[in-house]
Structures are given as structure tokens and as C-alpha cells.
Design a protein around this ligand. Structure first.
Ligand SMILES: C[S@@+](CC[C@H](N)C(=O)[O-])C[C@H]1O[C@@H](n2cnc3c(N)ncnc32)[C@H](O)[C@@H]1O
Length: 326
């Protein structure tokens, strides 16, 4: 009798790639549900309900040990970028689509939140200037609680979680509670706004040093290292500095920066509502008041600010626009 023929179907390359992606994806989800953090965060143990893992139905049978184990929660501290949803990372977009719960700050726009599942829990944590909707300790406790409930949690923060975003404090609290977590970087406001306004933050002819500072006012003053910030040859980017703008300009000039140094304030950078005021250290505050700018704003000081106009040549169309036919 002839030996039976073994028939094999060789998958097409695109099909094989898709299957590979599915396997990779399953491994990733499994690792997450086991609470394995990619950055060394420790998995945690916690009590949960009597349903099987992830709420599986058991149909009266004794569930396996794996199925009896509670689903472990996982927190992703995700940078949402400066506002334009297209500046999100692919990882941030995927995590939003998978999240059971999302705790978000006030600078996170609707375009980003629209990527959540319709049934995902949305929890507003606030943090507008002088109007902290939830104190930081309560936000920390909320993240731990949601993770202990076995949820995939996205903690969504404007810009990058580790740039003036209290991501460090939230990561410390999760680590202390033994909750598995990861950090997903985002485009920080300085970089998003530099691109949107065409202010190159460094340039070999103008700025070799780039400094980010928080410009909070405490008792009407800013406690900053003025001699170092006033040194020429650097670009200074000030977050949260609008209320202290006159003090900022005054101190930089008093410590040696030329009053003619170019400077700009950008409101709601990267969004369709973006507004930009360009002036000098001597005139910036007056111009900003005249234009009525409101937070969120970012201040950029340095010679590079003067370059931006030359980077908007009238003859070159903006990216994405078709050239007009002659
Ligand atoms: C609490 S800090 C958070 C910074 C954020 N983690 C980041 O990396 O951009 C908030 C400040 O960032 C600045 N900021 C954030 N997004 C901005 C935007 N789209 N336009 C202007 N400033 C922005 C403002 O100075 C605002 O007060």
C-alpha cells in the first residue's frame, strides 16, 4: 500500500507575519496578566473574588489552579504628549485601547481619551494650578486600589510622565505597594512646542546647553539658580511659569542676560488653538499681557527663538499640503 501523503500548507509571508504578531501579542498579554513588569517592577499578590482568572466562567467544574489565581492588576504610567493626539506613541495608543481604567490629568485632551474602550472607567484626577481636584496621595492610593482590583490601569499624564509630572512619586508609591507597573514615555511639552513653532532648542551656532525648569512662584518669587540660568549660549525652557513671567525676565536680566535676548510664550502648543507671542526679555511680559495669554503656556528664552521665523519660508508649503499647480 502506498504511504499516505503528508500535505502541508506553507503560509504566505504576510500570513506568517500576522500569526507571529498574534503569538507575540498573546505572550505579552499573558506576561501582563501575570503582573511581570518589563522594568523590574515587582509582581504583587492580593485577594480577589471567587471567579476564575479574569472573571472566567467555570460552568460548575473545579477550576484549574491557574484559573483560580486572581488576575493581577498592572499600571502603565503613560505620557500623553502635549495635546495633539498624533504625537502619542504607538504603545500609548495600544494601552489606551486595552485599559480597564484610565486616571487622567486635566491637560489630557479629548482626542487622546477617545482612544479608550467605551466601557473603560474614566477617572479625572485634575491638577489645574491652584485647583488640585485629587491630592497626590489620593491619586497614588487610587492607582494601587485599581491595580489590586485586577485592572489594567493607564495613568495618563500630559507630556512625559517623568518631566515635571510627578510620575516619580507615583512610581515610588506603586513600587512600595508591590504593584507591577511600567513607564511609557511621551513627547514633553518643550519638544512638542519646539517642533510646532519651529524653534530649534539647540543649534551649533546659538545654544549648546538646554535647561528645563519649573517656574512656580513661591511667596511671589522663583527660587532658581539665576547666575547659571542667565549664562549665554543656552536655551531655557520654563514650565508653569506664566504667573512668574515678570520675575523671570527681571532676574535673567539682573543676572547678566541681555534685555534684547529673544523669548517666546506659547499657549496650548501643538493644538489647533496654539498661540505664540515672540518678543525679547525686555518686552515679553508686556506683549503677553496685551495678548491675554492663559495657561497652559511654555516660555522659551534664547537666541534660537529668533530662528523660527526664518524656518517658515513663505514659498514652502507646510507638510501634508499639496503644491498648488502653476
Ligand atoms: C505639570 S507640568 C507637566 C509637564 C508634562 N509632564 C510634560 O512633559 O510636558 C504642566 C505644564 O507643562 C506645560 N505644558 C504642557 N502642555 C503644554 C502645551 N500644550 N502648551 C503649553 N504648555 C504646556 C505648561 O507649562 C504646564 O503648566
Amino acid at each position: 500500500m502506498p504511504a499516505p501523503r503528508l500535505r502541508m500548507r506553507v503560509p504566505a509571508p504576510a500570513e506568517a507575519a500576522a500569526a507571529g504578531r498574534r503569538t507575540e501579542r498573546r505572550r505579552e498579554v499573558l506576561a501582563r496578566s501575570k503582573g511581570r513588569a518589563t522594568d523590574g517592577g515587582a509582581p504583587h499578590a492580593h485577594a480577589a473574588g471567587t471567579a476564575g482568572a479574569g472573571g472566567e466562567a467555570t460552568n460548575g467544574r473545579i477550576p484549574s489552579r491557574a484559573a483560580r489565581a486572581p488576575r493581577r492588576g498592572f499600571v502603565s504610567l503613560v505620557g500623553a504628549g502635549p495635546g495633539d493626539p498624533e504625537l502619542l506613541t504607538l504603545r500609548a495608543a495600544r494601552l489606551l485601547a486595552e485599559a480597564d481604567a484610565c486616571v487622567y490629568d486635566h491637560l489630557v485632551g479629548d482626542g487622546v481619551l477617545a482612544l479608550l474602550r467605551p466601557d473603560a472607567e474614566r477617572l479625572y484626577a485634575g491638577k489645574e494650578r491652584s485647583n488640585h481636584t485629587l491630592p497626590q496621595e489620593d491619586i497614588n492610593a487610587l492607582l494601587v486600589r485599581l491595580a489590586h482590583e485586577g485592572k489594567r490601569v493607564v495613568r495618563l499624564k500630559g507630556g512625559d510622565p517623568f518631566v515635571f509630572g510627578r510620575g516619580g512619586e507615583e512610581a515610588q508609591s506603586l513600587a512600595q505597594a508591590g504593584v507591577a507597573f511600567e513607564i511609557v514615555p511621551g513627547v514633553t511639552a518643550a519638544c512638542g512646542i519646539a517642533a510646532a513653532t519651529r524653534i530649534p532648542l539647540t543649534h551649533r551656532d546659538h545654544a549648546h546647553t538646554l535647561t528645563f525648569v519649573a517656574g512656580h512662584l513661591r511667596d511671589g518669587t522663583m527660587n532658581l539658580d539665576w547666575p547659571s540660568l542667565a549664562r549665554p549660549g543656552q536655551t531655557l525652557v520654563v514650565y508653569m511659569g506664566l504667573a512668574g513671567l515678570p520675575e523671570l525676565c527681571r532676574q535673567l536680566v539682573a543676572h547678566g542676560r541681555a534685555p534684547s535676548t529673544p523669548a517666546a510664550v506659547v499657549q496650548q502648543g501643538t493644538l489647533p488653538t496654539q498661540r505664540v507671542v515672540r518678543a525679547t526679555l525686555a518686552t515679553l511680559h508686556e506683549r503677553v499681557v496685551a495678548q491675554g495669554l492663559k495657561p497652559p503656556t511654555l516660555i522659551v528664552v534664547g537666541d534660537v527663538v529668533a530662528l523660527s521665523e526664518s524656518l517658515f519660508p513663505a514659498a514652502v508649503p507646510a507638510a501634508g499640503l499639496a503644491l498648488a499647480a502653476d
